[in-house]
Design a protein around this ligand. Structure first.
Ligand SMILES: [Cu+2]
Length: 176
């Protein structure tokens, strides 16, 4: 009787040992699957190749209009945005800039705060964290540019934050 109990016990032990081995094996086979993930991460790196896609020229004249109301870039690309003021009026009368707002920024509140921000180139200090990128403000005949990394996929708003301009001068910045 005692012997058979011992045998049973050892059989159970072996079985447990086997099943735990099996679990380890399964885990081991799962590991290569995980290693496949970096391979997927490599794909966006390949999409970074047409980084020249990130070169954008945005023009605005004395008519207070951007020539583009939609800009599309690739996620993770380096965006070089050039702002051209094709008008003649000086910066004080017809200044233009490009401001890209982070998701969740209250557009109207930003614009209102920008009214009092002439001392900081029309970027309100209280909203600095809401600005992904911006150019300086320029006048007629001037050109300026800004380089930045495209943010995560999504649709963002851009505007000229010179007082009274954002009603006309705004657009969608789409990261694909
Ligand atoms: Cu403007």
């Amino acid at each position: 009787m005692k012997k058979s109990i011992l045998v049973l016990a050892s059989v159970t032990l072996i079985m447990t040992a086997c099943s735990s081995n099996k679990t380890e094996n399964t885990e081991a086979t799962e590991t290569p699957a995980v290693t496949e993930t970096p391979a997927v991460t490599e794909t966006p790196a390949a999409t970074e190749a047409p980084a020249t896609d990130g070169a954008i020229t945005l023009s605005a004249g004395d008519d207070m209009k951007f020539d583009k109301t939609e800009i599309k870039v690739k996620e993770g690309s380096t965006v070089k945005l050039t702002l051209k003021h094709t008008g003649k009026l000086p910066k004080t009368a017809m200044g233009h800039n490009f401001v890209l707002l982070a998701t969740g920024t209250d557009f109207n509140k930003f614009v209102t705060a920008a009214l009092d921000a002439s001392g900081t180139d029309h970027i309100p200090a209280s909203f600095q964290k809401s600005v992904i990128a911006h150019t300086k403000t320029i006048g007629g005949g001037e050109t300026t540019s800004v380089e930045f990394k495209a943010p995560a996929k999504g649709t963002y708003e851009y505007l000229c934050s010179f007082p009274g301009h954002s009603g006309m001068m705004k657009g969608k910045f789409i990261v694909e």
